[in-house]
Design a protein around this ligand. Structure first.
Ligand code: ATP
Length: 293
């Protein structure tokens, strides 16, 4: 009878270590009971971040796999862009890595260690996630940035804010880092929230990054600044980008085209265009046939 409560408290403990955003808290609570530390799970320790999906099958409903026998290796420090039609499974693939769901068959490893043999806290501590929906709580800007790594010093918080291009925003506020945000404080714009999410991850400094690109429009200047901050954030980290934009796709080391139940194609932007397959069609549909040349 008490078990579900145990699990909820385990989630509350691990959540602040950095799954800010990716899925709503309630959604996480709703799915968390299935995903727990295995008996004997070990702290992952420092990781380089080589990610490997080996024959991964997963679906939300029995008999309806979203991913079927998927194999994928991402070398430590590399960036891959996931593209494909809506509903192809890009988000699903990314949500298996922090174990928001467990695979049905196959396994996922980081540096050769099965993620199910790591404690959830250490696994999720190794992954930073930036997405459109940024988790904010009522409190100061300092507290909201510091949520990236509890116990970070004032200097570390300021440095993270600078790297995320949030320093000018903070300087323009009369109370700086002490400014309250949320219902009784200032309301942050979409671009400012993105920068806050980036600052948190600079603080957390994980070897692996998941970027769920914003689909809603930001103004061009903001967009450019955020792209630049994200580029710096991705440097030296294994990065999976759920890509919607041409710029990010071109900068990736590898593009992976996800289609029904798996990977259709992978390669460089130029290579995939030349191959004239799914990527070229997707690209033409998204950006116009002329952009494909
Ligand atoms: P988009 O580009 O629209 O974000 P995607 O490629 O990321 O799409 P997913 O969100 O991974 O695709 O969805 C893959 C399939 O799984 C879809 O059929 C979707 O309806 C289904 N799906 C996604 N999340 C859930 C969920 N929490 N419960 C049940 N089905 C889901």
């Amino acid at each position: 009878f008490y078990r579900p409560l145990d699990k909820i408290s385990a989630v509350i403990e691990t959540y602040p270590r950095g799954i800010a955003g990716f899925r709503s808290y309630l959604e996480l609570l709703a799915t968390a009971p299935d995903v727990t530390d295995r008996p004997g799970a070990r702290d992952a320790g420092p990781l380089r971040g080589e990610v490997r999906f080996e024959g991964v099958t997963f679906g939300y409903a029995p008999g309806r796999p979203v991913l079927r026998g998927l194999d994928l290796t991402i070398e430590a420090g590399r960036t891959v862009a996931l593209v494909g039609p809506s509903g192809a499974g890009k988000t699903t693939l990314c949500s298996l890595l922090p174990r928001f769901y467990d695979v049905e068959a196959g396994r996922i490893t980081i540096d050769g260690i099965d993620i199910q043999d790591m404690t959830l806290a250490s696994l999720r501590g190794a992954i930073g996630i930036v997405q459109q929906d940024v988790f904010l709580f009522a409190g100061s800007l300092r507290d909201n940035i510091g949520y990236g790594r509890l116990g970070a010093s004032e200097a570390e918080i300021a440095a993270a804010a600078r790297r995320a291009r949030l320093d000018e925003v903070i300087a323009a506020l009369p109370e700086g880092l002490d400014t309250l945000i949320g219902e009784r404080g200032v309301k942050l714009s979409g671009g400012q929230k993105q920068r806050l999410a980036i600052a948190r991850i600079f603080l957390k400094n994980p070897p692996i990054l998941i970027l769920d690109e914003a689909t809603s429009a930001l103004d061009t200047v903001t967009e450019g600044e955020i792209q630049q901050a994200l580029g710096e954030l991705a440097e030296g980290r294994t990065t999976l980008v759920i890509a919607h934009r041409l710029a990010t796709i071109r900068n990736a080391d590898r593009i992976i085209v996800v289609g029904e139940a798996g990977i259709l194609e992978q390669g460089s932007h130029a290579g995939l265009l030349a191959a004239g397959g799914a990527y070229r069609r997707l690209h033409a549909a998204q950006f116009g046939a002329s952009a494909a040349e």
